[in-house]
Design a protein. Structure first.
Lengths: 332, 113
């Protein structure tokens, strides 16, 4: 099922793209052969096309779907082992009763992260990128379809540890912590099955979608997934000079979360210098310090989430009001 | 290595152009890569060679045009050259810089048959 791009779906929307070169038949009854030779003609063509134009188009589609279906979407980026999943588990524990939350997990292999998230009771979809080093907007579009449509219909995913999207061998490991994709307990169960496609129920209305990218401080930087913000997470065990070594990622992010601050007494990590380095490549970057393990500093993170979610909702409200005023004017 | 994805993006554009503009062989590709873009030109050139095999671009020569980075220093209220993301303003030494150009990654022009 793909209503994002129509791939793999014979009834997909027009304008959908093709994956690879599917075999197809031509209904030609004319001859392809040429009886004469052309002199190969060399010409120049102006193209002026962004290499990432396709990704950006998918990202725009994701953003439009998110505007319909969810509140805030965040793209969490970091090195492997910075504590992204632990931060998410603690965030869900703090907010999950009051707010709809869903998670898209990106890893090269395994569904362990999605299993950890699902154990908290919120829906999660795992994308395995195989040899890929980053998520792109197309993969995330598919994962969103799965979240929005299947969570809305209350469909449990086949297989005890949930479905894994991706190009890799879809091998999952470990004992599943909970049955596949399921809606958060705070979400109202749909009273009747919603129609297929984009008109289904809204499992994430005004809530938060977290997209946990593949642990990698380089490759995810140029890929827009449709998120409102990239959030870069840096743990104090990694060294304060990461922003100097990987400036592209810190330039692309709107918030830097310094994690594992409970370990500061045991490691050499100058927080002030780290912040200064980050602001060299991004003068506007916001900074929060916390420990997802002990919970220290979590209030600041939760307040940031609340502020950003409200800002986005206020923006949408203003847009709707403008539309309403225009309609009022039209009707006199 | 996201350069592999970018190289695939380039080849996809070339294949689409081949259909739209009716050509079968790409001889030269001019790529515009900003000094501040998220790409290593040599890595991209290497990946391009790999992914272009058995496509309209299998014989294509890659010409990479580097465009300079530019920014706006908010403290000085003036346009400045920006060579890297970590460069301070050449006038005030500060980092209140908004990048305004130099992160492009574009297929600019093709020579085809």
């Amino acid at each position: 099922m793909c209503t994002t791009c129509g791939c793999g779906n014979p009834d997909g929307p027009p304008g959908g793209h093709h994956h690879g070169d599917e075999g197809h038949d031509h209904a030609h009854d004319h001859d392809h052969g040429h009886a004469h030779d052309h002199e190969a003609e060399t010409r120049r063509i102006a193209v002026e096309q962004a290499i990432l134009a396709k990704n950006d188009a998918y990202a725009a589609a994701n953003r439009a779907l998110l505007a319909e279906r969810a509140g805030l979407a965040l793209n969490l980026v970091s090195s492997p082992g910075s504590g992204k999943t632990t931060l998410l588990v603690r965030t869900i524990a703090a907010l999950g009763d009051d707010l709809a939350i869903a998670v898209i997990e990106g890893d090269q292999q395994t569904s362990q992260d999605a299993d950890r998230i699902r154990a908290t009771g919120v829906p999660a979809v795992q994308i395995n990128t195989g040899k890929g080093c980053h998520l792109d907007a197309h993969m995330v579009g598919h994962a969103m379809e799965q979240l929005f449509v299947e969570a809305a219909t209350g469909t449990d995913l086949p297989g005890s540890s949930g479905r894994v999207l991706g190009r890799a061998p879809q091998r999952t490991t470990g004992t599943p912590a909970s049955p596949g994709l399921r809606a958060s307990p705070n979400l109202p169960a749909p009273t009747r099955p919603p129609p297929p496609g984009r008109s289904g129920a809204v499992p994430l209305e005004n809530g938060i979608l977290f997209i946990e990218n593949v642990g990698n401080l380089v490759c995810p930087a140029p890929f827009d997934l449709g998120e409102a913000h990239k959030v870069v997470i840096l743990s104090v065990t990694e060294g304060e000079d990461k922003p100097l070594k990987y400036p592209d990622m810190f330039a692309a992010a709107d918030l830097m979360v310094i994690n594992k601050v409970d370990l500061l007494p045991y490691v050499e990590f100058d927080v002030a210098r780290c912040v200064e380095y980050a602001r060299r490549c991004n003068h506007a970057i916001e900074v929060l310090q916390l420990s997802a393990t002990t919970g220290a500093g979590m209030d600041g993170w939760l307040a940031w989430l609340d502020r950003e979610r409200r800002a986005l909702l206020a923006e949408r409200k203003a847009a709707l009001q403008a539309k309403l005023s225009a309609l009022d004017a039209e009707l006199g | 290595m996201h350069e592999m994805s970018l190289a695939q993006g380039v080849v996809r554009i070339l294949e689409e152009q081949a259909v739209a503009q009716r050509f079968t062989i790409v001889k030269t590709v001019w790529l515009e890569l900003g000094a501040l873009s998220h790409v290593e030109p040599e890595a991209l050139a290497f990946c391009f060679e790999v992914v272009a095999r058995d496509t309209v671009a299998s014989e294509a020569r890659l010409e990479i045009l580097r465009t300079p980075g530019q920014g706006w220093c908010m403290a000085c209220s003036q346009a400045i050259p920006v060579a890297t993301r970590l460069d301070p303003c050449p006038h005030c030494g500060g980092y209140q810089i908004q990048v305004t150009a130099g992160d492009e990654m574009r297929v600019k022009e093709l020579e085809v048959e």
